[in-house]
Write a protein that binds this ligand. Structure first.
Ligand SMILES: Nc1ncnc2c1ncn2[C@@H]1O[C@H](COP(=O)(O)OP(=O)(O)OP(=O)(O)O)[C@@H](O)[C@H]1O
Length: 247
């Protein structure tokens, strides 16, 4: 379960996230969308416990992040995976060594078999001995996703996960997200590729200028924007509402 209540994040004098609230249950997939600078990555980083929130209450995978204390953060790390849009890898490790390392620190049973399965699924099996610095952009992204999946986190936060992926890679990633949710994970996927996430999301979280413009399940979205025939159209209507309210 993931609960974000009145989240605020101030960077010095810039209010990047301003009172954002939403909630997702196990099995639900939230599409986090909004223009550049809307506060999506900041929200994800707060939910992942990487940066402290300035205000609000965050409960992620049964960990209360209000105090940002180290015990909660350690427990959260066991239960959550955050894949940033430009995942940091270890330059000195090969693909296989990345998975071996993550498997060891998370104490994953059958880590070798799981790692092989993931590498095969994401068509990285022929790169098992390749150094991280020799990978293409899309391969780096796939490896980071394999590392995240290896320990079966309860909550997955994927920031622009399709960046650099080829069409088969995107298709496999989206199917894997559906499968993870069907197995009980809670997932947030942030993306500008609205047409691609449309079929996978159960909920939509629209942010703009740090504020929540819309949160609800896909059915409510259809009721809220009855004339919109696609997620993209609903997105434009949701983000235009604020502009018209300001003018
Ligand atoms: N470390 C930081 N210090 C100061 N301001 C920051 C910092 N990180 C982000 N910001 C600002 O906070 C706002 C939200 O940034 P954020 O990266 O969360 O947006 P985003 O919705 O993820 O954007 P994009 O779609 O471009 O990735 C922006 O105005 C950005 O300039």
């Amino acid at each position: 379960m993931l609960r974000c209540h009145q989240l605020r994040k101030l960077y010095e004098d810039h209010l990047a996230v301003d009172g954002v609230s939403f909630q997702l249950e196990p099995g639900e997939i939230g599409g986090l969308v909004g223009p550049n600078g809307a506060g999506k990555t900041t929200t994800m980083r707060c939910l992942a416990g990487l940066i402290p929130a300035t205000g609000g209450q965050l409960a992620v995978a049964d960990c209360n992040l209000a105090d940002h204390d180290s015990a909660s953060l350690t427990e959260l790390k066991r239960r959550l995976a955050y894949v940033p849009d430009d995942p940091p890898l270890f330059d000195d490790l090969t693909v296989g060594q990345h998975l071996e390392f993550i498997g060891r620190i998370y104490n994953v049973p059958d880590r070798r078999a799981k790692a092989s399965e993931l590498l095969e699924y994401f068509q990285l099996d022929d790169k098992v001995n390749a150094g991280a610095t020799t990978l293409s952009r899309g391969m780096r992204q796939k490896l980071a996703i394999c590392c995240a999946y290896l320990y079966d986190p309860q909550v997955l936060l994927l920031d622009e996960p399709m960046t650099g992926l080829d069409p088969p890679g995107i298709r496999r990633l989206l199917q894997s997200i559906r499968d993870r949710a069907a197995a009980g994970a809670t997932v947030i996927i942030s993306s500008h590729l609205l047409a691609m996430i449309e079929d996978v999301c159960t909920h939509l979280i629209v942010m703009q200028h740090g504020r929540l413009q819309y949160f609800g399940d896909v059915q409510s979205l259809r009721n809220e924007f009855p004339s919109a025939t696609s997620l993209e159209q609903a997105y434009f209507e949701a983000t235009a509402r604020e502009l018209s309210a300001c003018s």
